[in-house]
Design a protein around this ligand. Structure first.
Ligand code: FES
Length: 202
């Protein structure tokens, strides 16, 4: 067979394939609602309602709706006007002041630290799957907080340098009663992520 004949043959088979894929495709008949064994159960193509046709009420009965869930905000807090917020003193493990910052009521310590570029990791981004946001609190602040839940206690058990007033920073929300609180960062953290991942602000 010459190369010209081969080319013509290929062109013919392509044409056949594209014809077989012509659009719109024939639509399948809707399934009958009565017994498929009864002769009256089969509809003609002309009388069968299309599953995509709008109903008498103007909506498509078989159309699926699209849902979205609320987008969680991670580390996306707003800074209060200077002089109006709750003061938080971040300290290193020796008690030296790293930075004093201001936060709004309800902000969590991890988000506050990230907002002000304080090196508190938060590898799991507040999903209680790590202990890298471990912080040590003043006893009087610790006593005012609700008891940690089991998940938090499980993660705290893995924290480096655990103390009686240790908490996960992502689970502690500040209130006006905590104004002037100290938050001490431990000397080290245990990051269970194999790549030592640290989350970026987003
Ligand atoms: Fe992982 Fe707080 S960031 S538990």
């Amino acid at each position: 067979m010459s190369s010209r004949n081969i080319a013509q043959g290929l062109a013919r088979s392509c044409l056949k394939t594209s014809a077989a894929r012509s659009w719109p495709r024939p639509r399948a008949l809707p399934r009958p609602f009565s017994s498929p064994h009864s002769s009256s159960s089969y509809h003609s193509a002309a009388s069968a309602p299309s599953p995509l046709a709008p109903s008498a009420f103007g909506h498509r009965p078989f159309a699926r709706t699209f849902h979205t869930t609320h987008v969680a905000r991670h580390f996306g807090i707003d800074r209060p006007e200077p002089g109006t917020g709750i003061k938080v003193h971040f300290r290193d493990h020796k008690g030296n002041l790293i930075k004093t910052v201001e936060a709004n009521e309800g902000d969590d310590l991890l988000s506050i630290a990230h907002e002000y570029d304080i090196d508190l990791e938060g590898a799991c981004e507040a999903s209680m799957a790590c202990s890298t946001c471990h912080v040590i609190l003043d006893p009087e602040v610790y006593d005012q907080l609700p008891e940690p839940e089991d998940d938090e206690n499980d993660m705290l058990d893995m924290a480096f340098g655990l103390t009686d007033t240790s908490r996960l920073g992502c689970q502690v929300r500040v209130t006006k009663a905590f104004d002037g609180m100290n938050v001490t960062l431990p000397a080290a953290t245990r990051n269970m992520f194999v790549d030592g991942k640290k989350p970026a602000r987003h």
